[in-house]
Design a binder for this molecule. Structure first.
Ligand code: XUL
Ligand code: CO
Length: 440
């Protein structure tokens, strides 16, 4: 079997003192933290699109990285080559999961029947390839945004024919996800949004998106899909306004249309910051609603402000994110998909390994730090002390729903002195984080 990365051996954990660039320094897959192996905390996944397809093309220039290995883009030879390359890549990095869009697998021939046939061939090819490995599918999805027919959306399109094309792709992508044993199926609303309100029937568009999701649930369950459906919120890009703006908006949508039993959220770090939130904010909102399902691990750039999909490097953010994940009693049903790409200037094959090593080590550090923060206990105590007034007296009556506006008004008018909230101690809290992360 042809090797795509002949100069790269399996990447191993060598510890923080190793200077070997092709080794993990913090990600130690079998290390047990909070009773669970690191690799099981994460279920790290390779994104088919960024890793095997993307070549560095941007708005101003063509690709800098050639990942075709001499095959013709959009040919089946190319499609199969990517499977072989992807499996070698995952095995060398110890990645046990992958995520895909239908078109990442097969390209796009513009012929719907041919695309469907291609899906059958390539899914069988992947299934064969999975045998004897521990590689599995984290989630699948349909690309309903690249083909020009989707310029006005898929579920939100103004053309019933285009809507039907979207349904066909979702059906095939669900077939593929089920056949490959995927844990989840994602709806990222690529162009489900609008550019101008005056030419938009928002109500019809939202209803139609929900209808498509309901049909997907019905079909998915009928072919034995037991996993979760996920919405991946994003506020904008490519559309000016996207309907799944953020976690709160998506949760409201799911509840409104009665989809909340089958759906959870796939939270992407860079989408959170695009929405004006932190990554951890979106994780908190999702987990409090029991809807945190899976994570797209990446990061944006404060100076750029679009979806740069960088590999996560920011250990503080990873720590805050893992603090949310560790405090999520329900646990993720999905995992951590690297929806991230090399910078255009980092165009070698080896750079792809450096990128995943960076991402996996960053999250391993986040996990180690979050565990330390929980064990340290000072942050939990600060939080507990802050809300102490709700543990006794009138506060206790409030949280146990045993009071009324009248009683509270009476209480307030009799107060000799109003007890202020305790200090937020933000700087102290940040010092504790630093000390826990860096202290011996
Ligand atoms: C786009 C994005 C997608 C989804 C899957 O911003 O995040 O790649 O993750 O469609
Ligand atoms: Co994503």
């Amino acid at each position: 079997m042809k090797q795509y990365f002949p100069n790269i051996k399996t990447i191993k954990y060598e510890g923080p003192n190793s200077k070997n660039a092709l080794a993990f320094h913090y990600y130690d897959p079998n290390k047990v933290i909070r009773g669970k192996k690191m690799k099981d905390h994460f279920r790290f996944a390779m994104s088919w699109w960024h890793t095997l397809c993307a070549n560095g093309t941007d708005m101003f220039g063509t690709g800098t990285a050639d990942k075709t290995f001499g095959t013709k883009i959009n040919s089946m030879e190319w499609a199969k080559m990517k499977v072989d390359m992807g499996f070698e890549f995952m095995q060398k990095l110890g990645l046990e999961y992958f995520c895909f869009h239908d078109l990442d697998l097969i390209g796009d021939t513009d012929n719907i029947k041919e695309n469907n046939e291609r899906m059958d061939i390539i899914v069988n090819y992947i299934k064969q390839k999975m045998k004897g490995t521990n590689i599995k599918c984290l989630w699948g999805t349909a690309n309903l945004f690249t083909n020009p027919r989707y310029f006005a959306g898929a579920g939100s399109t103004s053309s019933a024919d285009v809507y039907a094309c979207a349904a066909n792709q979702i059906k095939k992508a669900l077939d593929a996800t089920v056949k490959l044993g995927g844990r989840g199926y994602v709806f990222w609303g690529g162009r489900e949004g609008y550019e101008h309100l005056l030419n938009t029937d928002m109500e019809l568009e939202l209803d139609n998106i929900a209808r498509l999701m309901k049909m997907a649930v019905k079909y998915g369950r009928s072919i034995g899909f037991k996993g979760d459906f996920y919405i991946e919120p994003k506020p904008k890009e490519p559309m000016k306004h996207q309907y799944d703006f953020d976690a709160s908006t998506a949760i409201n949508f799911l509840r409104h249309y009665g989809l909340d039993k089958d759906f959870k959220l796939n939270i992407e770090a860079n989408h959170a910051t695009l929405a004006g939130h932190t990554f951890e904010h979106e994780l908190r909102v999702s987990r409090l609603n029991h809807m945190l399902g899976s994570i797209d691990a990446n990061q944006g750039d404060h100076l750029l402000g679009w979806d740069t999909d960088e590999f996560p490097f920011d250990v503080y953010t990873a720590t805050m994110a893992m603090y949310e994940v560790l405090n999520y009693k329900d646990g993720l049903t999905g995992g951590f998909n690297f929806d991230a790409k090399n910078r255009r200037g980092s165009y070698t094959m080896t750079d792809m390994f450096y990128a995943y090593i960076l991402g996996m080590d960053t999250f391993a550090l986040g996990l180690i730090n979050a565990d330390k923060l929980i064990k340290d206990g000072r942050i939990a105590k600060l939080l507990n002390d802050k809300y102490a007034s709700f543990k006794t007296g009138i506060g206790k009556k409030i949280v146990s729903n045993k009071t009324s506006l009248t009683e509270l008004a009476d209480y307030a008018t009799k107060l000799k002195q109003v007890k202020y909230p305790t200090s937020n101690h933000q700087e102290l809290l940040e010092s504790i984080v630093n000390q826990v992360i860096y202290g011996k």
